[in-house]
Design a protein around this ligand. Structure first.
Ligand SMILES: NC(=O)c1ccc[n+]([C@@H]2O[C@H](COP(=O)([O-])OP(=O)(O)OC[C@H]3O[C@@H](n4cnc5c(N)ncnc54)[C@H](O)[C@@H]3O)[C@@H](O)[C@H]2O)c1
Length: 434
């Protein structure tokens, strides 16, 4: 992130609520503070990219524009992807075996953008080799691997980032600040959904490469919609409620894209919290009408996080003449019953809501690589800062851990057709941030 980008980011964060940003309540952003930036003294983190597929290339393009990053190595097992990245970074050394990357003393940090089943083995080996690590989300393919990654992070003391960019997205930060300040009253429900209408496939040059390229579609490598999409959204539960669910239930099917894949394409999961609040996740990839969003429902207001909007439960009445126009436009008078019951359906109030940051950047969730202004640039820039200082940042790993664990528990509930209690052995000491 450039100095201008950093200032813009802070400007967005101080838009609503009248007051400025309380950095102490957002400890994972403290590195962006001006005094902390001065400590970096213009240094550049020496980074290797492991996995130069679509997300890897997206990160490379962003890193090339960052003053605090130097891409010194590239690694991929698939030659066309390695070559493509090599064109962007002609000076970077190319590798096909990540063990050799980890053995190189010139590399300070690795950014891992490999298929999910590779996250844990590469991250753990990298941390143990003394490297700082950025690993894409989800954390890992299994619960055991998530815990092993977390434990290695704690025992090595190295920097670990997981690609949960919502923590660096101004509209999410401001929305969650509003929740914690009581701006929507008591949180009574959280609804997450992600709808797309496409087969989620990548073109395959020859059939033998099907599973390698379309790894997302096979259980051996991926948890499907839960690890690829839900993991971003389930993070909202612990961020908003500062607690974890006590049990999870759900139903998943392969209902439409029956083309040889073995992950679900149609899922509904409920996360139950001790307070009685529920968080849901629904995803169907054969209808895109409702796009994607995370909605936090409070007893005095509602937040639509991906839209960056806030809706009070009782909006201020519009001026008299505007009310009359609204009533005429919406034929409100038709509802006044002359004969018969005066019942009208309880449909959603037609209010516009307020944007929670200026110049809000939204997307519909259909892009599989990354969206502009979604926090990814800030997240990776912060990783480079942390590589330079060698200091881990608080909160991020724990948030990512719980969102990955929730995604995997939801998957387990669907696969086993049963209610899953949150397992004691996967609880970690955390959940005390703003
Ligand atoms: N945070 C986000 O919003 C976001 C968006 C898209 C993807 N992702 C994540 O990024 C990761 C990669 O996704 P993608 O879409 O780029 O996948 P991809 O298939 O396009 O790229 C993965 C690359 O990793 C390479 N690879 C596989 N095993 C390897 C190994 N052992 N060593 C080196 N390279 C290896 C593959 O050859 C491929 O080039 C996934 O975990 C995905 O969930 C995150």
């Amino acid at each position: 992130m450039t100095e201008l980008g950093r200032r813009d980011f802070f400007k967005q964060l101080s838009v609503i609520g009248g007051g400025g940003l309380l950095l102490s309540s957002l400890p994972w952003l403290e590195g962006f503070a001006t005094d902390k930036q001065k400590e970096l003294k213009g240094e550049r983190a020496k980074i290797a990219i492991i996995g130069t597929g679509s997300r890897g290339l997206y990160h490379i393009n962003n890193l090339l524009a960052m003053p605090n990053a130097d891409i010194v190595a590239l690694c991929d097992i698939y030659p066309p992807h390695l070559e493509e990245a090599g064109v962007l970074c002609p000076k970077a050394k190319k590798y096909t075996d990540y063990h050799e990357v980890l053995a190189s003393p010139d590399i300070e940090g690795v950014l891992i953008a490999c298929p999910l089943h590779e996250h844990a083995p590469i991250t753990i080996a990298a941390l143990n080799a003394g490297k700082h690590v950025f690993c894409e989300k989800s954390m890992a393919r299994t619960l055991e691997q998530c815990k092993a990654m977390y434990d290695t992070y704690k025992s090595t003391g190295k920097v670990l980032y997981i690609g949960q960019q919502r923590l660096f997205d101004a509209k999410y930060i401001k929305a969650l600040e509003k929740v914690h300040q009581g701006g929507i009253g008591e949180v009574v429900g959280i609804r997450n959904f992600w709808f797309r209408n496409n087969d989620w496939r990548r073109p395959v040059p020859e059939p033998a490469l099907e599973r390698q390229i379309n790894w997302r579609l096979y259980k051996e490598y991926s948890g499907g919609l839960m690890t690829e999409l839900a993991t971003h959204q389930l993070q909202i539960g612990s961020w908003a409620l500062k607690s974890i669910p006590d049990y999870v239930m759900g139903s998943g099917d392969l209902a439409f894209w029956k083309d040889g894949r073995d992950v679900y394409d149609n899922v509904n999961v409920i996360y139950h919290y001790e307070s009685g609040v529920k968080m849901t996740f629904e995803s169907i990839i054969s209808n895109k009408r409702y796009g994607m969003d995370e909605q936090i429902l409070g007893h005095t207001g509602t937040l639509e996080l991906a839209q960056g909007k806030y809706y009070p439960e009782e909006p201020k009445p519009a001026p008299g003449i505007q009310q009359l126009i609204n009533q005429i436009e919406h034929k409100a008078f038709d509802n006044i019953s002359i004969a018969g019951p005066s019942w009208v359906p309880e449909t959603a109030a037609d209010v516009q809501g307020e944007y929670i940051v200026k110049n809000v950047k939204t997307h519909d969730g259909s892009n599989t690589t990354g969206a502009v202004g979604d926090g990814s640039v800030e997240l990776v820039s912060s990783f480079c800062d942390s590589v330079i200082t060698g200091k881990p940042i608080p909160v991020l790993v724990e948030e990512a851990y719980y969102s990955s664990v929730l995604a995997l528990l939801g998957l387990q509930a669907m696969e086993e057709h049963r209610i899953i209690e949150f397992p004691e052995e996967y609880k970690i000491p955390y959940l005390n941030h703003a």
